[in-house]
Write a protein that binds this ligand. Structure first.
Ligand SMILES: Cc1cc2nc3c(=O)[nH]c(=O)nc-3n(C[C@H](O)[C@H](O)[C@H](O)COP(=O)(O)O)c2cc1C
Length: 72
């Protein structure tokens, strides 16, 4: 909610936004769609990226993150 409140108070028109998050089971929890609706003028790049926090701490997770970043 704190992120949504921040977004609502700022103008993201023309800004490039790359959604990503960690979680522990809920994936993106629909937040990428919510971001789209809260930032109508923003350029959302990529389809978003998420992984579990436990995976993010591993070499495999870091490689997945690097691969995603390289593909943007
Ligand atoms: C869309 C979304 C889904 C999340 N789902 C979970 C979850 O299923 N379980 C959990 O323990 N934390 C969940 N989190 C919390 C994050 O894993 C993380 O702990 C939190 O965003 C704080 O990390 P930060 O300080 O790096 O932003 C979720 C966060 C987001 C944004």
């Amino acid at each position: 909610m704190v992120v949504y409140s921040f977004i609502e108070k700022h103008d993201f028109s023309g800004k490039t936004v790359v959604p990503f998050n960690t979680h522990e089971g809920s994936g993106n929890a629909g937040t990428y769609e919510t971001l789209k609706s809260l930032m109508p003028g923003a350029i959302l790049k990529g389809d978003g990226f998420n992984m579990t926090g436990s995976m993010a701490r591993t070499e495999e997770g870091i490689k997945k993150l690097d691969d995603w970043l390289s593909g943007l």
